[in-house]
Design a protein around this ligand. Structure first.
Ligand code: NDP
Length: 309
């Protein structure tokens, strides 16, 4: 029984160290040096080469190294019998809360405008809005979205949320499903996307949906780049329907040199760092799932392959 790390774009050493520190008994290998692929029953993966799972005849569990599984689930070589699990981690949640709170306050207190004024040596005070008069809409109320919505509400924002199924959340007005999407969008002065990327949510931020936001609304996308139709965002910014956007994720990462987002005065870009998985923090749940697999017990944080999240 072997656990193999398949993560060509990530530095594997901290993951190996974090797992070995708490579970030295696990036979741990790192692709492509995991020669005896028939021994591998548990794969810990990120940005795996497409089709790789066909080389592992006895895989029982595939664990994403992060919260998102969109890239993983696109791989046609995932064996039918394998259980897919992902990361759910309080540190990932709190980092995301820090980022979204910073981005919302940055927008409400007009820091981007003051940065431009500073370039022009312009001293021009602007009237700030009180945050309790600003409504933030959270798209996606899962492990991360729900906690970030609560954090924003605690900070003083009005918060509305939207998910697939109906929910009750203290201090957050929740809308659910396609039928209530328009009501949700029309209330959202700042829209935060924390949806998983699935066939139902790809391109969900488009000309039609973004036009339903109030005039002057602001977009924060911290989920996946392919939620957003990028040309539609540019048109709505140029028309002044939207006042700006903060994008941690884009459809092609790294963002190509010639992309208009780089120099757009209303767009803030960060390089997919809103919340980063810390191997030390998540190693215990990976090891727990490995042990559960060995003991044939139900795994933690399972992904519904049909729903795609
Ligand atoms: P979860 O799977 O826990 O939650 C997903 C939420 O989205 C649920 O509330 C779900 O509704 C809702 N949802 C899914 N499909 C739809 C739909 N078609 N219509 C309406 N709502 C829908 O995800 P997490 O909170 O753990 O993570 C969200 C995403 O954040 C990840 O998939 C990842 O892509 C991204 N992420 C980005 C990071 C970054 O650094 N930029 C870091 C970490 C994550 P319901 O509750 O009804 O099922």
């Amino acid at each position: 029984m072997t656990l193999s790390l398949i993560c060509p774009t990530k530095y594997s050493a901290p993951w190996v160290a974090a797992i070995e520190a708490i579970a030295p008994e696990i036979d741990l290998r790192v692709w492509p040096d995991d020669d005896d692929k028939a021994d591998v029953t548990f794969a810990l993966v990120w940005a795996q080469p497409e089709g790789i799972f066909a080389e592992y005849p006895n895989l029982q569990v595939i664990s994403s190294m992060g919260a998102g599984v969109d890239n993983l689930l696109q791989d046609p070589s995932i064996p039918e019998q394998a259980t897919i699990v992902r990361i759910v981690d309080p540190r990932l949640v709190s980092q995301m809360g820090d980022y979204v709170l910073a981005a919302t306050l940055n927008h409400v207190r007009q820091f981007p405008t003051y940065a431009q004024q500073q370039q022009q040596q312009q001293w021009q005070p602007l009237q700030p809005r009180n945050i309790d008069e600003v409504t933030v809409g959270m798209m996606g109320l899962g492990q991360i979205g729900r906690a970030v919505a609560n954090r924003l509400a605690q900070a003083g924002f009005q918060v509305v949320g939207w998910s697939r199924g109906a929910k009750i959340m203290a201090g957050v007005t929740v809308f659910a499903g396609k039928n209530q999407m328009q009501d949700f969008l029309s209330a959202s002065e700042i829209l935060v996307c924390l949806l998983p990327l699935t066939s139902a949510t790809e391109n969900i931020l488009n000309a039609e949906t973004l036009a339903q936001l109030p005039q002057g609304a602001y977009l924060i996308n911290v989920a996946r780049g392919n939620h957003l139709v990028e040309e539609d965002l540019l048109s709505l910014l140029d028309d002044d329907h939207l006042s700006g956007a903060c994008l941690d994720v884009v459809s092609q990462e790294p963002l190509p040199q010639e992309h208009p987002f780089w120099s757009h005065p209303k767009i803030t870009i960060t390089p997919h760092i809103a919340s980063l998985t810390d191997p030390v923090s998540v190693a215990p749940q990976i090891v727990e799932n490995y042990r559960r697999m060995m003991a044939r017990q139900p795994l933690l944080n399972q992904v519904d392959r049909q729903q795609g999240y």
